[in-house]
Every structure is written in structure tokens, then in C-alpha cells.
Design a protein around this ligand. Structure first.
Ligand code: NAD
Ligand code: LMR
Length: 336
């Protein structure tokens, strides 16, 4: 089998370190799939990336064909099939994701252009670095010759968090839960939606009502605990750990790419993809939706009922995405 070239930006950072060994072990593309790793850093990040490359060699991973460390985007994205855009500054305690807009937006335009110029024709891109949706949009607009469906941003961590919270309250395995959806931005405005979710085939809202003593209590738990807990989980992790999520973010990145490349058979998942107007989300925005995958690409799950409450929450998160897009456009950071 031909090796797949995976480029990881920010590979010398925390998430990079948590990603590299799992990719080399076959967790992302499967146990028979050889990989070539390109570790793209800025000059200050080269030493940790070089150290990680030495450790990758010491791991003697049978699937790992080759590792290259560079601070040159032309080299880093050369022949790249999968680009994991992680490199950017994380937020610290007390910061909102919007605070990162100015700090990180300048990274993703040049990287989008370099991907268009140097990557393989089948390249697929996921922005992990925050603000992830808008960074993905900047990369996407800087690579106008590539199709929309190659550009995504990570909201799988939010999706997994939502599944984890439901599994905990219902005392079931996360594997019993299907069809949770994250809508909108990877930020505190996101809408984690359980309206269509099931637990071992039972509607999640019925299972919650049985567990919590009635439909009213279930609705109150969803509105007052579940939604804010999932939406603010990134901040909670920062408060408790003292720095932003790492292993769960790397795990979600691997889940996102694996389902995108290999397909998934057990219901939908969530990913931020380019809107073509689905569910009233303005065309061109990179917003989170429920998505299905047969391995050829993420496809938005259409035709779901969205009630007035959900509509208002989705609209609020999309309004934030519009404001982020307008801010980077005004700063001249958006491509054509
Ligand atoms: P980190 O500071 O440990 O690592 C970031 C790395 O990026 C550093 O090594 C830095 O040298 C490198 N870097 C900076 N600019 C670069 C550039 N132009 N090209 C290549 N590399 C560059 O941070 P981290 O904890 O690994 O987090 C990385 C990003 O991921 C942050 O923006 C964080 O907020 C984000 N994040 C996103 C999610 C999500 O679910 N979408 C989850 C967790 C963290
Ligand atoms: C997360 O959701 O954990 C990350 O996006 C980090 C953050 O700033 O919240």
C-alpha cells in the first residue's frame, strides 16, 4: 500500500506530541496503512519537533516510512495528503477564543496558499488551532483552486464531550450513544444538540426523563447543565489543568480524520465543514453540522427537524462565525 503523507503543523507543541505516536501506531488510518510524517514548525519549535522525531525512530513503528522536520511550508506540505493544522497559540486562563483571532489568523493564510501549491491533489485539511472554524476559513479562501470539501475544522472534541456527558448521566458506555450533533462554532456559543440522539436505540430525551424523574427535569438538565458544560468544557479544562486540552484534542483529531478517510457505519458525527446554505447557515462559512461519511468525504446530514429553541441557538453561534469572518476580512486576512 502507498504511504499517506501526513503534515502536522505545530508538531513540536503539546497536541503535536500527543498526535504523532498514535498516527505512527496506525490509530488514524488503520493498522495496515503506512504513513510518512512531515513535522512543520516555526524556528522556535524545531528542537521539540526534532526530539519527537528521534523518539518516533525509537518507537520502531512498522507503519512509519519516514519523518521530516522543517520550518519551510513548501517542504512541509510537499505531497501532503492530510494536513493537520495544529500550530498556533493556545488560550490561557481567562481568555476567550476570540482573543486568539488576531494572534493566530496570520498563520493560516500562508499555510492555505502553500497547501494549494505543494500538497497532493487529494489533500484533506483539518484546522485544530483556534479559532478553528475561522482559521479553516482563512486557509480555505487562500486556496481557491481546491474544492470546498477539502477544508474542515475540528468540532469532534465537542461531539465527544457531549457523548461523554450523556454517557455519564445515563450510566452507559459512550458506545451506546448515537446521533448527537454539534452546531456552529467551536466556542462557548456552540449548540450541542441531543434532540435526535439515541441511547441503545431509545431516544436520549426519553432515557434522560426516565433517569431524572420526568420530561421537564430532562429538559432542564439539557438546558442548564449539559449545553453549558459541553460548550464551556475547554475553559473548564484550562481552569483545572492550568493549560488547554491536549490528549482529548489529539484523540478527537484522530477520530475526525479516521471517520473522514475510512467512513463510519454507526450514525453520524460532527465536523465543521463549508456550508452551501444547509440549515440556513450562510454559504461559505465553516460551521459545525451533523455529518455522515462513507470515506469519500463528510456529507451534511440534511432534513432534520430544528425546533425554535434549537434554531435560536444555532443562529447565535452562526452570528458569531459571521462576526469572526467579517473581522478577519476587515483585517485583510481572508483570501478571495
Ligand atoms: P502549543 O503551544 O503546545 O503548541 C503550538 C505549537 O505550534 C508550538 O510548538 C509552536 O511553535 C507552533 N506554531 C506556532 N506558529 C506556527 C506556525 N506558523 N507554523 C507551524 N507551527 C507553529 O499548543 P497546543 O496545546 O498544541 O495547542 C495548539 C492549538 O490547538 C491551540 O490554538 C489550541 O487552542 C488549539 N486547540 C484546539 C482544540 C479543538 O478542539 N479545535 C482543542 C484543543 C486545543
Ligand atoms: C478546547 O476546546 O479544549 C480547546 O479549543 C482549547 C480552548 O481554548 O478551549
Amino acid at each position: 500500500m502507498t504511504a499517506t503523507t501526513v503534515t502536522i503543523t505545530g508538531a513540536g507543541g503539546q497536541i503535536g506530541y500527543a498526535l504523532l505516536f498514535r498516527i505512527a501506531a496506525g490509530d488514524m488510518l488503520g493498522p495496515d496503512h503506512p504513513v510518512r510524517l512531515r513535522l512543520l514548525e516555526i524556528p522556535q519549535g524545531l528542537k521539540p519537533a526534532e526530539g519527537a522525531a528521534l523518539e518516533l525512530q525509537d518507537g520502531a513503528f512498522p507503519l512509519l516510512r519516514d519523518v521530516e522536520v522543517t520550518d519551510d511550508a513548501a517542504v512541509g506540505f510537499d505531497g501532503c495528503n492530510i494536513a493537520l493544522l495544529v500550530g498556533s497559540r493556545p488560550r490561557g486562563p481567562g481568555m476567550e477564543r476570540a482573543d486568539l483571532l488576531a494572534a493566530n489568523a496570520g498563520i493560516f493564510g500562508p499555510q492555505g496558499a502553500a497547501i494549494q501549491k505543494h500538497a497532493a491533489a487529494d489533500v484533506r485539511v483539518v484546522a485544530v488551532g483556534n479559532p478553528a472554524n475561522t482559521n479553516a476559513l482563512i486557509a480555505r479562501t487562500s486556496a481557491p483552486d481546491l474544492p470546498d470539501d477539502r477544508f474542515t475544522a475540528l468540532t469532534r472534541l465537542d461531539h465527544n464531550r457531549a457523548v461523554g456527558q450523556l454517557a455519564a448521566i445515563l450510566d452507559v458506555s459512550p458506545g451506546a450513544i448515537r446521533d448527537v450533533a454539534i452546531w456552529g462554532n467551536h466556542s462557548a456559543t456552540q449548540f450541542p444538540d441531543v434532540a435526535h440522539a439515541t441511547v441503545d436505540g431509545t431516544p436520549a430525551l426519553d432515557a434522560l426523563a426516565a433517569r431524572l424523574g420526568g420530561a421537564e427535569q430532562a429538559a432542564a438538565w439539557v438546558d442548564d447543565e449539559f449545553v453549558p458544560r459541553v460548550a464551556r468544557r475547554g475553559a473548564e479544562i484550562i481552569e483545572v489543568r492550568g493549560s488547554s486540552s491536549v490528549a482529548s484534542a489529539a484523540n478527537a483529531t484522530i477520530d475526525h480524520v479516521r471517520d473522514w478517510m475510512l467512513g463510519r457505519s454507526d450514525g453520524w458525527t460532527s465536523a465543521a465543514v463549508v456550508s452551501h446554505g444547509e440549515y440556513g447557515v450562510p454559504s461559505g462559512l465553516i460551521s459545525s453540522f451533523p455529518v455522515a461519511s462513507d470515506g469519500s468525504g463528510y456529507r451534511i446530514v440534511e432534513g432534520l427537524d430544528v425546533d425554535a429553541r434549537a434554531r435560536a441557538r444555532i443562529d447565535a453561534s452562526v452570528a458569531e462565525l459571521v462576526a469572526e469572518r467579517d473581522a478577519v476580512a476587515a483585517a485583510g486576512l481572508l483570501g478571495s
